[in-house]
Design a protein around this ligand. Structure first.
Ligand code: ASP
Length: 331
């Protein structure tokens, strides 16, 4: 008989490991149940794969840090570089899932499956969604067709690519969408159907490396709003930001005062990326803003949180504005 694939589940916390005093109480605390408790709650997991569990952290993902992300990426690389491990599942809170997924998608050096999952309802809740999400995530990680698809997120029967997914609802189990370019596939009680592969460069094809990296350059996000005060940008730069992502109006727009300030900063060598506060659509170059004259970078498909991750990794090395813009069309 063929041996089942060997999958390691790395737990980082989140609502999937959350606990409440009763099954029907809406309030709860993230990151309370450990990895062994989560594994035991999923029936038939052992029929999909030989499972091992490791605890990386146990935090609500609002407290996810780059220190944890870097450790996680290194642990995944170590595991996947061995013959014994066929794939990795990461359990994670949903709040910053898209950021960690995209970070791993840019930094992991393996073609083997890396699948993230979480839950919107705590482990102790009535109709908790975590156990089925974990079951489906293991099914995808154990699937030979999951190789070379970059980091994926499995939630609520959907398979999303790390580049495209975004959290869209504060409480619903149907919170993740891939609004710009769609789902990668579906997984129903372990039965997988893929619709497409990843569109952009990822994992071992990526040029980013975490070798010797202990921290990342500071990049801040400014949320555009009516009559936005431009001095927030001064404050960011004074505190050490070397890049700023503007979560702009519409197609990455900002008011004149912010535009002037941002252009001045770009002239001083601060990298200004125009993304959008709008949940879907792309931000293109030279639409209402003159990116060529101002040396701004358009975020293309990336929302502000993911644009920030790409810019932080990009600025680990000296690059020109044009080179950074090219990265936004590549990853
Ligand atoms: N605040 C929680 C977290 O991100 C929410 C969740 O997991 O759904 O950890």
């Amino acid at each position: 008989m063929k041996k089942l694939p060997h999958i390691t589940i790395l737990a980082t916390g989140g609502t999937i490991a959350g606990s409440a005093p009763s099954a029907t109480q809406p309030g709860y605390t993230s990151g309370k149940i450990d990895i062994q408790g989560m594994i035991q709650a999923v029936p038939d997991l052992e029929k999909l794969a030989r499972i091992e569990g490791e605890q990386i952290s146990n935090v609500g993902s609002q407290d996810m840090s780059f220190e944890i992300m870097i450790n996680l990426a290194r642990r995944i690389d170590t595991l996947l570089s061995t013959k014994e491990t066929d794939g990795v599942v990461v359990t994670h809170g949903t709040d910053t899932m898209e950021e960690t997924a995209f970070f791993l998608n840019l930094t992991i050096k393996s073609s083997k499956p890396v699948v993230m999952t979480g839950a919107m309802r705590p482990f102790t809740a009535l109709s908790a969604d975590g156990p089925l999400n974990l079951y489906n995530a293991v099914a995808v990680a154990a699937d030979p067709d999951a190789i070379e698809r970059g980091v994926m997120v499995v939630m609520n029967d959907r398979i999303h690519g790390a580049h495209s997914l975004s959290k869209t609802n504060t409480t619903s189990v149907e919170t993740f969408l891939s609004p710009v370019n769609g789902l990668m596939g579906t997984v129903i009680y372990g039965a997988i159907q893929y619709f497409r592969g990843p569109f952009r460069k990822h994992t071992h094809h990526s040029e980013f490396s975490l070798k010797k990296v202990t921290s990342l350059p500071r990049v801040d996000i400014m949320y555009a709003c009516a009559d936005m005060p431009p001095d927030l940008i001064d404050c960011s730069v004074a505190n050490g930001a070397v890049g700023i992502v503007i979560a702009g109006h519409g197609n990455g727009n900002m008011n004149k005062a912010t535009l002037q300030k941002a252009a001045k900063m770009a002239d001083r060598g601060i990298f200004i990326v125009r993304s959008s506060r709008v949940p879907t659509g792309t931000v293109g170059r030279n639409m209402e803003m003159d990116d060529d004259a101002n040396q701004f970078i358009a975020s293309d498909e990336l929302n502000p949180a993911k644009a920030r991750i790409l810019l932080m990794l990009a600025l680990l090395k000296e690059r020109s504005f044009q080179q950074v813009q090219d990265l936004f069309y590549t990853y």
